[in-house]
Design a protein around this ligand. Structure first.
Ligand SMILES: C[S@@+](CC[C@H](N)C(=O)[O-])C[C@H]1O[C@@H](n2cnc3c(N)ncnc32)[C@H](O)[C@@H]1O
Length: 248
């Protein structure tokens, strides 16, 4: 089990595999101010930047689970670089049924709610690992503006308008699931630009080095289309945020 290679080519330079900047991620850590020793479970942890930087900045301890061997290798290297390797553990595996051995103070799934079959299922999954009174972090897209047509929906990597909600409706959904929203941090157009433009540079450099690879044709086509597609659709219509929840 591993993440398809195109993903790791596209995001091989990324420490954060979502449209938040390191400053925004650090700001969320500052807002939550977890005490030293806080136990964090991060499902679909990617390259482990949340766990590693919060281990450095707040002395949390944490476990990350992800299917990508490439991203997990980066996570372990980052833990060593930040001198937090004794505080964080990274597990290769499917997070869709992962439950912590001991209840976590913070349970998160940032940018991968498909592991729970959607937002509601992911909240349920995180609840299974959470201590009473703990925090859940959900990273999820939302419509900044209602898409006017199916081209816009697909330009935002969705299949149906119902894949996402507008922000007030997403916040209301968390309430319907029995959660208080107690903090949030949102991407903005600048942070979207930084996230996706770094993908374009990764793809271009990879194409230059691997012109005969079996993925080259598809990634060439993607790079040709991606900037216009981003400007026309995603940049205008898609929002993204991390939402911090507590059970009522
Ligand atoms: C958008 S990235 C987000 C990564 C990280 N949370 C972040 O924000 O930087 C989605 C991640 O989900 C991981 N993933 C996808 N399906 C998974 C699964 N079933 N179990 C564990 N990880 C999964 C991918 O390997 C990838 O690292």
């Amino acid at each position: 089990m591993d993440l398809p290679r195109s993903f790791t080519i596209r995001e091989r330079s990324h420490r954060i595999h979502n449209p938040l900047t390191s400053r925004k991620l650090a700001g969320l850590g500052e807002a939550l101010d977890p005490p030293p020793g806080t136990r964090v479970l991060d499902l679909a942890c990617g390259s482990g930047e949340l766990l590693c930087t919060w281990a450095r900045d707040h002395r949390i301890t944490g476990t990350g689970v992800d299917i990508s061997t490439a991203f997990l290798a980066k996570a372990r290297a980052r833990a060593t670089e930040l001198d937090v390797a004794d505080q964080v553990t990274f597990i290769h595996g499917d997070a869709s049924d992962h439950v912590a051995d001991a209840p976590a103070d913070i349970a998160s799934c940032v940018g991968a709610t498909w592991i729970g079959g959607g937002v509601a299922g992911t909240v349920d999954l995180l609840r299974r690992s959470l201590r009473p009174g703990g925090l859940m972090l959900i990273g999820e897209p939302y419509w900044r503006r209602q898409p006017p047509d199916q081209a816009t929906v697909e330009g935002c990597h969705a299949t149906s308008e119902t894949d996402f909600r507008v922000l007030p409706d997403l916040l209301a959904q968390f309430g319907d699931l029995g959660c208080d929203v107690v903090q949030l941090v949102l991407a903005d157009q600048d942070s979207w630009d930084s996230y996706v433009a770094a993908q374009w540079l990764n793809i271009r450099r990879w194409l230059d080095a691997n012109p005969d690879d079996e993925l080259a044709e598809d990634l060439r086509a993607e790079l040709t289309e991606a900037p216009v597609r981003h400007a026309r659709y995603q940049r205008e219509y898609l929002g993204w945020g991390i939402f911090v929840l507590m059970n009522r």
